[in-house]
Design a protein around this ligand. Sequence first.
Ligand SMILES: C[S@@+](CC[C@H](N)C(=O)[O-])C[C@H]1O[C@@H](n2cnc3c(N)ncnc32)[C@H](O)[C@@H]1O
Length: 243
Amino acid sequence: MYDKSSEYYDISELETWKTKKIVLGKISKLFANAQYPILDIGAGTGKVAIEVATNIKDAEILAVEPSLVMRTAFLSKLALHHYDDIRNRITIIPSDIQNFEYKGRIGGVICDGVIGHLYEEERRQLWRKLSEVLVPNAPMFIGLLNPKMKDAQIGTMLSVNYVGKNRYETTIKNKECLGSDLYQWTLEYSIFNGDEAISGYEDKMKWQFIEMDVLMKELSDFGFKGGKISESMLTFIKDGKSA
Ligand SMILES: C[S@@+](CC[C@H](N)C(=O)[O-])C[C@H]1O[C@@H](n2cnc3c(N)ncnc32)[C@H](O)[C@@H]1O
């Protein structure tokens, strides 16, 4: 998952990123007083981490990302000279979150587009670990997959964008419910030059939908208080008590 489709990841988000950047401008303020590093779980190609580091001038970020290809795209961005000022504040860690070695306290958490890749037991282990390492009142931002994806029809074109003379398209080729809110989409990624398809492949993506109320209850068991800020975003604060 994500290795093949990483080529398309940023370009397919071109439109949604405009709105997300505005939202992240507000969310970044939550991290303004972080005295310890901010953990970005499943940092992907780095857009969220880079945005927060750009908005909060002294934020230090630990960006955990298991996919080699996603990390490559992230690292390539950080190598651009206009990121000279933030490059020394973002550390990319090649690991999934289950195997990440916490080496000290954590001042906040970003977890955008990742929770549905974890099963309930893995989530609970994560909340438990975070409740141990997070400083009191540390903020956490969680972004979920848009719930409309559950109802999106086969054949729906999710994105179309041009780069030079080439057109990049992402389309839902198939969708299966694997039971109990676990969905799997087969996404078709294609590059066209005019009418000619010059490249393309299919990749599968699984996502475990979780109702926001269920997630909030789950997190409250571990001392997190918070709520929805949109149909797919939530923010929490870790209380001062241990789990
Ligand atoms: C939809 S992308 C989101 C990327 C980024 N957070 C963003 O908002 O652009 C999901 C990311 O989660 C990563 N991921 C999947 N399972 C993970 C796990 N167990 N631990 C950490 N990251 C994971 C994937 O490799 C992928 O980069």
